[in-house]
Design a protein around this ligand. Structure first.
Ligand code: ZN
Length: 275
């Protein structure tokens, strides 16, 4: 599933090309997406000539802001892809929405193999409400004091599950939670409220540095992830624990990476480096 670094990479790729462009058409091609739209959102005049004002990321969500107080909320979920394609490129059965623009040959396509992903056209106020209700602060913006407060107030969760909880902190998924915990030397089953001051500081720093580095490397392409121009990310080559079960730990070279289900999700960690 695309996480913060992948979604950020997509947004940064789309921004310079799409900001200020006016929409010619937007078609939802699949019944499962049509069903999710309000009736007005299926009418061509809703989009025609609408200018793309802003493209932002919040957690793992993409928000495309249009004129007239409307916006598109995009959630890629497991296998969603949002990318620019040449119009001549054939549409396959996994392409569920296509947007075309004035003054741009390429079109924006939403492709999703497993159909858990979503594009929703909504009034901006409703998008803001949804975001505020379902997402905690951004990991790259949150301050240490607030981070520690969240560790304490939501302290009875295993730290792996704590990092995955979008309501506590937004944008981190299975890959980056494992990489962050490895870098901070914290075992994924520790209770979040049990971290010492030093440990919470290490976790805070690792969270920022792992996510920033992953953005620099344009995310991790494990299965379906591609960026807005169809390119794969590079960060998977730098994973220290994720997907490395039974391989030697790159840091201590004294233990093999273990894999264990924690809160229903696979976790990779070094039993020697993470305590
Ligand atoms: Zn190790």
């Amino acid at each position: 599933m695309p996480e913060l670094p992948e979604v950020e990479t997509i947004v940064r790729g789309l921004e310079p090309i799409l900001i200020g462009k006016r929409i010619k058409t937007l078609f939802f091609l699949s019944p499962h997406l049509k069903k999710k739209q309000p009736a007005w959102a299926l009418r061509p005049e809703t989009y025609k000539d609408q200018k793309i004002e802003k493209i932002t990321r919040r957690g793992k969500l993409i928000i495309i802001s249009l004129e007239r107080q409307k916006g598109l909320l995009v959630h890629l979920k497991m296998t969603g892809q949002l990318f620019l394609a040449e119009p001549g490129r054939p549409l396959d059965k996994h392409t569920h929405a296509v947007m075309t623009f004035y003054g741009l040959k390429k079109e924006l396509r939403f492709r999703d193999l497993r159909k858990f992903g979503l594009i929703n056209c909504l009034p901006k106020s409703q998008i803001e409400e949804k975001v505020a209700k379902s997402l905690g602060p951004e990991p790259l913006e949150v301050k240490l004091k607030e981070f520690r407060r969240l560790l304490e107030t939501r302290g009875r969760k295993k730290i792996k599950s704590w990092l995955l909880d979008q309501k506590i902190i937004a944008g981190i998924g299975n890959i980056y939670s494992d990489e962050i915990l490895f870098q901070s030397g914290i075992h994924p089953e520790r209770l979040s409220g049990s971290l010492s001051l030093e440990e919470s500081w290490k976790l805070f720093r690792a969270m920022k540095s792992v996510l920033k580095k992953a953005i620099r490397f344009k995310g991790s392409s494990i299965s379906d992830y591609i960026d807005s121009l169809g390119q794969r990310g590079e960060f998977q080559k730098l994973h220290q624990v994720y997907g490395r079960e039974n391989q030697m730990c790159r840091r201590c070279r004294a233990a093999r990476i273990e894999r264990k289900k924690i809160g229903g999700r696979s976790s990779f960690f070094c039993p020697n480096c993470q305590v």
